[in-house]
Design a protein around this ligand. Structure first.
Ligand code: SF4
Length: 460
């Protein structure tokens, strides 16, 4: 178990024998945003540009960029790459604390590769065992916290209306200009990073244990379907195939997806299917946050997926934000019914609740203190229904308690941070008023308790 604390001490010792900054994730884990030509290892350090020149020489440079090779060299010498500060911050706390470096060091996808990594030279290219890629920004949703670099629907909107004018000098989610070339998504039909990826594939697939596809909406990318075809022809029986989907693609596409991956699973051409889908609250309020979502259709698709693929697991990713709280209880009630109907020892139905930090105007920290009572009510509701399989898992309640604590941190902020909070409140108002204007939505009908916040900009 990756979070097994009883083995973390031993794992830390094993890693530290190599060096105090050695991390297996820098070698074995990668996220490659092919549609942007960027990568990072792991997901915590900032993404960096993949030099096209390196990729043209060797397609494996999609993961093994010169920047990453230098970071590996530093790690072997006991130096700390700056981008990994999330881990160093944890490790430098007084007492013993385990960071992601330790946790990933005992993952099923790093353990078999220690010898391989240690017998390689720092500048050798290596294949990842855990790979996440985005092929395309093609997406039919424009969620309020998303951006044009990840969604073509967002791109289309800002090309027509421009970015959102908030309190800062530069509009939020502005369309890409010539100056910003290199930041904009690359055309799917003419993307040298995707060409390099398929060139690398016959070699890359050899060590692959987990392949996660993100986007955009992966089911709208033809490269996702190309991957399914390739696995059909050359099975990967040890592979966990993991896909992020909005579960809101056209019906024919969704049916085709179910039958395609269902056949791969049934014929044991892959080991496991792990789907991730996003939902941040219930009903119309969820539709408001995730523009493009049809909540009823979403519920139907969840049911169909779990019914037709009895061995598949599903994770609901709830990016908990300022608009999540008001209708969160019905979301949990629905989750419990889904678990009662479909849970089983052979599958996981996960409810992940990371809290949104950016854009900061949508973070739950901007909300008035009265919302903390609403949080306490939600936590009490969760506690009363705790059950690992057919209720609310205790870890989920714990995560909500952590979010409440994080919201309460505002009480201890200094004047500079409180100034920023005021700006966030202003941006909240400016953003959603403009959102309603250009998208024809009605914030006040769905979130009446937030009317003073919605109207904040007109009062200042
Ligand atoms: S040291 Fe931490 S941040 Fe850096 S790659 Fe490892 S797990 Fe990720």
């Amino acid at each position: 178990m990756i979070y097994d604390t009883s083995t973390l001490e031993e794992t830390a010792k094993r890693l530290n024998e190599v060096s105090s900054s050695f991390c297996m994730a820098k070698w074995m884990n990668t996220t490659i945003h092919l549609h942007l030509g960027k990568t990072h290892s792991c997901h915590l350090p900032p993404i960096h540009k993949i030099p096209l020149k390196e990729v043209k020489e060797k397609p494996s440079a999609l993961h093994n960029t010169s920047e990453k090779l230098n970071q590996r060299k530093m790690m072997l010498e006991g130096k700390r790459p700056k981008g990994c500060s999330a881990c160093w911050d944890v490790e430098d706390l007084p007492g013993t604390h385990y960071s992601d470096r330790h946790v990933t060091g005992q993952a099923s996808w790093t353990k078999p590769f220690y010898e391989k990594v240690l017998s390689s030279k720092w500048d050798d290219h290596i294949n990842p065992s855990y790979l996440e890629v985005s092929f395309s920004a093609n997406c039919n949703f424009k969620c309020s916290y998303c951006s044009p670099s990840l969604s073509t629907a967002w791109q289309t909107e800002v090309d027509k209306f421009g970015g959102y004018k908030l309190s800062g000098a530069f509009p939020h989610n502005s369309p890409f200009t010539k100056k910003m070339k290199g930041e904009a998504p690359i055309d799917d039909d003419n993307n040298p990073y995707i060409d390099a990826f398929w060139k690398w594939w016959p070699e890359l697939k050899k060590d692959l244990m987990v392949f996660r596809i993100t986007g955009g909406e992966p089911l709208l990318s033809r490269d996702t379907w190309k991957l399914f075809d390739l696995i059909d022809k050359e099975p990967m029986p040890e592979l966990e195939l993991s896909i992020n989907s909005n579960f809101g693609v056209p019906a024919a596409t969704f049916e085709r997806f179910i039958s395609t991956v269902g056949a791969l699973e049934k014929e044991k051409k892959i080991r496991k299917i792990m789907m991730h889908t996003s939902v941040d609250t219930f009903g119309e309020q969820a539709e408001y946050i995730r523009n493009g979502l049809n909540f009823e259709k979403f519920q139907e698709n969840v049911d169909t997926f779990l019914e037709k693929l009895p061995g598949a697991s599903l994770s609901f990713m709830c990016t908990f934000n300022a608009l999540s709280i008001d209708n969160f209880r019905p979301l949990m009630e629905w989750l419990i019914t889904v678990r009662r109907k479909h849970a089983g020892p052979q599958r996981d139905i996960i409810f992940d609740i990371p809290h949104l930090r950016y854009p900061s105007f949508m973070a739950a920290q901007v909300l008035p203190p009265s919302y903390r009572d609403k949080m306490r009510e939600l936590i009490a509701f969760m506690k009363e229904r705790e059950h690992d399989l057919v209720g609310i898992a205790p870890i989920e309640t714990l995560k909500m308690e952590r979010i409440l604590k994080w919201m309460e941190e505002v009480d201890h902020w200094d004047s500079k941070m409180l100034e920023q909070l005021e700006r966030s409140k202003m941006d909240f108002s400016l953003f959603f008023r403009e959102h309603d204007r250009r998208r024809g939505t009605d914030f006040l009908r769905l979130f009446p308790d937030l009317a003073p916040y919605y109207n904040y900009a007109s009062k200042v």
